[in-house]
Write a protein that binds this ligand. Structure first.
Ligand code: CMC
Length: 430
């Protein structure tokens, strides 16, 4: 296999090295392209652009493979916990017993919010979307930990703080929305159990005891969301971080990027879509026709990278079944979702375009069964994705060759023209 690519341009031939990854995935290294040729590349949506080399996550979209630091997602979902997986992503190896204990203790130690920050929640309207609260509060953390603004502050304390406090902020935003007092974290509980406790504690009810099945399901959900290489929000975190803005600022930007319905907001959009189908009489075939007519988009379907199946969706469908059985509940939205999948998998429109359920298609069914309201779904995606953002930010900050992210453009606007005074300007016809 050749180790160089050739570009013939304007009568000259240029050679560019080929870079090879661990699975022989190949890229043309164009880092000297502009210097050598005066050309830049144009690749809107970054369909063909590798922004970095990375050792964190591997995806093979054709075969539906997802590895974190080399470990298959299926094994981690079955055997690991969210905190162990977070450690793996951020620090590169599975922790020993002692490392795990130290890291867990650090998360427990940093779970509280500064009491002044608690009052911020009163300032938001009661119907504020929790993602708006989350991004603001994460950014505000840098005001409480000003040493995070120093350029060399990528230390374990800030990492633990962000990981731990994000969960507290998320639960507080929900309690406030319900008009209830917040529930402070409880040190005796593990990460996911503590989150459920802070979400569902009620001052007038007996002490909330998290159901181990719910805790397991939440661990699995968070593990499956924990990283997905250079997705929109992670790329945003890297771009913001590349300017040496602090970790909290970069993570806050990640929350905002995640919010959109084409990214993490899709889990909320899926449930809204399923409810709409149910309320319109529950006919998936009718809805699918609208999708094929391009009047609608089938939310929770399709992926930029997966073109066969999304391994996360396969695991989540199984867990949705398992949790509904455990809780002995029926969910007609789950039935509609399964019918939509069935129609899609045998329909030419979807087969041709390689559209399959993605991670967001079944996650909402599990969240609903847990009693989590729809508007909190994307917040839960953020809780799951935070170790990935941190891992990529840390990898970038430790790379001596990293430079500020600054794409170029092809300018297609007006060429230079002279300024005219307002009174002599003529309106142009549309
Ligand atoms: N429903 C109907 N048609 C679709 C869908 C869909 N969900 N997704 C893609 N298509 C069609 C699209 O219209 C296009 O058809 P054509 O070539 O005839 O114009 C073709 O498939 C290629 O789609 P694309 O929009 O060019 O693909 P993309 O890689 O730019 O977009 C995507 C990927 C995930 C944004 C898109 O599939 C989508 O909008 N899905 C629904 C939203 C969703 O579920 N997002 C969550 C993604 S997974 C979790 C995450 O990363 O946050």
């Amino acid at each position: 296999m050749s180790t160089k690519a050739k570009l013939d341009y304007d009568g000259t031939s240029y050679e560019m090295p080929i870079v090879e990854g661990s699975y022989a995935e190949r890229a043309v290294d164009i880092r000297s392209l502009r210097k050598d040729t005066g050309l830049i590349t144009l690749d809107s949506g970054f369909m063909n652009t590798g922004a970095t080399e990375s050792k964190i996550t591997f995806i093979n979209g054709e075969e539906g493979i997802l590895l974190y630091r080399g470990y298959p997602i299926e094994q981690l979902a079955e055997e690991s916990s969210f905190i162990e997986t977070s450690y793996l992503l951020i620090f590169g190896e599975l922790p020993t017993g002692k490392q795990f204990e130290q890291f867990s203790n650090l998360l427990t130690y940093h779970s509280m919010l500064h009491e002044d920050m608690r009052h911020f929640f009163d300032g938001f309207p009661s119907n504020a979307h929790p993602m708006a609260i989350l991004s603001s509060m994460v950014s505000a953390l840098s005001a409480y930990y000003p040493d995070s603004i120093e350029p060399d502050s990528h230390n374990i304390t800030h990492i633990a703080r962000l990981l731990s406090k994000l969960r507290t902020i998320a639960a507080f935003s929900y309690q406030k929305r319900q008009g209830r007092p917040v529930a402070y974290p409880k040190n005796s509980l593990d990460y996911c159990g503590n989150f459920l406790y802070m979400m569902f504690s009620h001052p007038a009810e007996p002490t909330y005891e998290p159901d181990p099945e719910l805790v397991k399901a939440l661990n699995v959900l968070f593990i499956l969301h924990a990283d997905h290489e250079q997705n929109c929000s992670t790329s945003t975190v890297r771009l913001v971080g590349s300017s040496q803005a602090n970790l909290y600022a970069a993570a806050s930007a990640g929350v905002s990027a995640l919010w959109g319905p084409l990214h993490g907001g899709a889990n909320q959009a899926v449930i809204e879509m399923l409810k709409e189908i149910r309320d319109d009489g529950g006919d998936p075939a009718l809805f699918m026709q609208q999708v094929k007519n391009r009047e609608r988009r089938l939310m929770g379907f399709g992926h930029r990278v997966y073109k066969n199946f999304d391994p996360r969706a396969t695991i989540l469908k199984k867990y949705a079944d398992r949790l509904l059985n455990h809780l002995k509940i029926e969910d007609e939205l789950f039935d509609i979702a399964r019918q939509l999948e069935e129609v899609a998998l045998s329909d030419e429109y979807f087969i041709e375009r390689k559209l399959y359920p993605n991670v967001d298609f079944y996650s909402g069914i599990i969240y609903r069964a847990m009693g989590i309201p729809t508007e909190m779904f994307t917040v839960l995606f953020a809780l799951g994705r935070i170790p990935g953002w941190i891992a990529h930010w840390k990898e970038m900050m430790e790379d001596p060759d990293v430079r500020i992210g600054r794409p170029r453009q092809v300018y297609t606007g007006e060429r230079r023209r002279e300024y005219t005074p307002r009174e002599s300007r003529r309106p142009s016809l549309p």
